[in-house]
Design a protein around this ligand. Structure first.
Ligand code: GLY
Length: 347
């Protein structure tokens, strides 16, 4: 990571150094080189508010998005992220997260991380303090320990009770599939339910220097098979940033997005001139076309699950789309309060 943004660095980066009268701290530029913008998934209103506070103080976009998602990682009421996240099928919370820093073209990620609530900060540490991009499981935990992250039990009573209810009513709600021929598309309609709890927060931002960064962090699919990794920590799938173009990220059924690598595609479509919402809709169409297993489709051939995408350009245009309607994303453009905006949708 570049060093933190000191006042001197900020002045130099924004060209204000020359305007500084001795001993007089200058105000932030009335018209910064880039208009800061932060967007997030629909659970991220407070995340974009926090991110914007930092962006307006001249923070790097990576610092801003991580500080934003930390609020959700801390929140036991959000059962899709960090502390209080729903556990795997053995009752253990396993977290996935990724970060990307556009100005330096770097990324970091962790998967199946146990006992550390700030998966996003560990992902950032991978970016900053290793020559790797992705650490998983026991290795990720050891790395976090080495960097002084505090271990704790992430399972709240509410999440444990939800897990117990799931265990006590085990029926068609697990992820194990019976043996079947490779080319079969029907293992028994309704035998396995596709609708499950996928949470996650994705947050992307542009800072006043035009730096674009993003973060996606999650406890993943509720009651998953231990070791299951979704799209969130996979760069290109759950998050992608290109400092010349913008950023994209996702929430929803990670398995579908892992088979489409949508975030990198959305950024490439934006590079070709598509608006963020258009590019996100195209990703939804790809996922719909890619879904061929009968248990995942409704009577009209539409995916039974949802996936949502959020995209932001370097110039500050933003948008998003999901397969199914009724979803929103959070945005703060630095003018007024954070707000929720409807996602475009296929169905
Ligand atoms: N999109 C989050 C997950 O599937 O784990």
């Amino acid at each position: 990571m570049p060093p933190p943004l000191t006042r001197r660095r900020f002045l130099s980066a924004t060209g204000l150094a020359a305007l500084t009268a001795a001993g007089t701290p200058p105000a932030l530029p009335a018209q910064p080189a880039h208009r800061p913008v932060a967007i997030a998934s629909g659970n991220g209103l407070k995340a974009v508010t926090r991110a914007m506070e930092l962006l307006q103080q001249g923070a790097d976009a990576l610092d801003a998005v991580i500080a934003g998602v930390n609020l959700l990682e801390d929140d036991p009421a959000d059962q899709s992220v960090g502390y209080g996240g729903l556990p795997n099928e053995e009752g253990v919370v396993e977290l996935d997260a990724s970060v990307m820093h556009g100005p330096t073209g770097r990324g970091g990620a962790v998967a199946a991380l146990q006992n550390i609530r700030y998966a996003s900060r560990v992902a950032r540490r991978v970016l900053e303090r290793t020559d790797h991009v992705l650490l998983v499981g026991a290795g990720a935990l050891k790395f976090a320990r080495a960097h002084g992250f505090r271990e704790e039990n992430l399972l709240t009573d509410e999440a444990r009770e939800a897990w117990l209810r799931w265990k006590e009513t085990l029926s068609n709600l697990d992820d194990w599939l019976p043996p079947h021929e490779l080319d079969t598309r029907d293992i028994g309609q309704g035998l396995k339910e596709a609708l499950r709890h996928y949470g996650t927060i994705n947050c992307n931002a542009v800072d006043v220097r035009g730096g674009v960064s993003g973060c996606t962090t999650t406890s993943g699919l509720a009651f998953k098979i231990p070791g299951r990794v979704g799209d969130s920590p996979i760069l290109g799938a759950g998050l992608w940033v290109d400092n010349d173009v913008g950023a994209a990220g996702s929430t929803g059924r990670g398995e579908a997005n892992l088979l489409a690598c949508s975030s990198v595609m959305i950024v490439e479509w934006m590079r070709q001139g598509r608006a963020p919402t258009d590019a996100c809709l195209q990703a939804c169409r790809r996922i719909a076309a890619q879904t061929k297993m009968k248990r995942l489709l409704d009577a009209e051939g539409r995916p039974k699950f949802n996936v949502s995408f959020y995209a932001l350009t370097k110039a500050g245009a933003h948008g998003g789309a999901s397969l199914w309607g009724g979803m929103k994303y959070a945005v703060n453009t630095g003018e007024g309060e954070s707000r929720l905006v409807d996602l475009a949708h296929l169905y």
